[in-house]
Design a protein around this ligand. Structure first.
Ligand code: ASP
Length: 347
């Protein structure tokens, strides 16, 4: 059994033309740096839980990804962050949703797991819990980047019937003058979910063509334990108060030593409806499916059958990994102890 760490930085329709070679290199470098950090924990006999925590903190701190700094904006020009974590060795888990001052939501989720008799906190209660437990809090503007703001404006312009920010009016209530001054660059990538193949969702609550990915990590450690963690800013222009799959255990995150650890990214509503992460574990446990078979059925059959788009990463107790996605690309990578990191973006 070789310890392994797998990470993702979201799935979507990424056009090679839109992603400049420099930007592409930035993504690879960020993924590799984060893989090395998390993998060093596994190499020194550390736990899968610590490895996924460190990896997701790295992804949250990197503005290239939609979690922590660099999170997408809601329709009101605010940020609402969600995260979850699960320890496959004992099925303990923690999650928080709709927070806007917690610098690293995954650390708050882990605190919930380790320091509370509850499993899931939301909104003001989640913020209060994090503050009381010494989690670093930041100004709301900490999460804002010019690329994400441009993305919000683009989405609002292209989505008729959705209330849009008027001359930054509402945003001004959220952002400091200084941050507004920085919001002038145009974005380098316009990552969109592909729309081909999948049947349309009749009342799709989201504009799935305009979203940026969540981040996540799964790992197997040298003790044979599995863990998973997922963190997100959600979906650009999401309605205030909307919560996706990322903090929902069984949908966006799941880990059990008996089967596998999974972290999802994509159209959260569909992952929730399918209980996607748990469905992979259940197929392995009850139907004897391999990790690959279970992950592929969920990604290529179940999700598309209800219009679900995105990807996921998974690892089983033997160290097999799966990184399927049904979009054009997914920022992803893995690293086995003693080997070099492998990262990829497109198919
Ligand atoms: N799954 C996330 C959500 O629905 C978004 C993403 O993966 O990009 O909130």
């Amino acid at each position: 059994m070789k310890p392994v760490l797998v990470i993702h930085g979201g799935a979507g329709a990424m056009s090679r033309a839109a992603l400049s070679p420099e930007k592409e290199r930035e993504f690879h470098e960020a993924l590799q740096r984060i893989l090395r950090t998390g993998q060093a924990i596994l190499a020194s006999g550390g736990s899968a839980l610590d490895a996924v925590t460190a990896a997701v903190v790295g992804l949250e701190d990197c503005p290239l990804f939609n979690a922590g700094r660099g999170a997408v904006f809601t329709s009101a020009g605010t940020h609402e962050l969600d995260a979850s974590i699960m320890d496959g060795s004992n099925l303990r888990t923690g999650a928080i949703a709709n927070v806007h001052h917690v610098r690293n939501p995954v650390l708050a989720a882990r605190k919930v797991m380790e320091n509370s008799r509850h499993v899931f906190f939301v909104g003001e209660g989640a913020e209060a819990f994090a503050r009381e437990h010494g989690i670093e809090m930041v100004e709301r503007t900490y999460f804002s980047t010019p690329e994400r703001y441009d993305q919000l404006l683009r989405v609002q312009k292209e989505t008729p019937g959705v209330a849009s920010l008027d001359d930054g009016q509402r945003l001004a209530s959220t952002l400091t003058a200084q941050a507004m001054g920085a919001l002038t660059n145009s974005s380098d990538i316009d990552k969109k979910f592909g729309t081909t193949g999948a049947p349309e969702q009749p009342n799709d609550p989201l504009d799935v063509d305009k979203k940026f990915g969540t981040v996540g990590a799964v790992a197997l450690d040298s003790h044979g334990n599995l863990a998973a963690a997922t963190s997100t800013g959600g979906i650009t222009n999401k309605q205030v108060g909307r919560i996706g799959d990322a903090p929902i255990i069984g949908a966006g995150c799941y880990a059990s030593n008996q089967t596998c650890a999974v972290s999802s990214t994509g159209t959260g509503e569909m992952y929730i409806r399918l209980v996607a992460a748990y469905d992979i574990a259940a197929r392995m446990r009850y139907a004897g499916a391999s990790l690959k078979e279970a992950a592929e059925v969920v990604m290529y059959q179940e999700l598309p059958s209800i219009g679900g788009k995105g990807g996921l990463i998974a690892v089983d107790a033997q160290g097999n990994i799966a990184l399927p996605f049904n979009t054009e690309g997914m920022y992803r990578g893995y690293m086995r102890v003693g080997q070099e990191p492998v990262t990829d973006i497109y198919r």
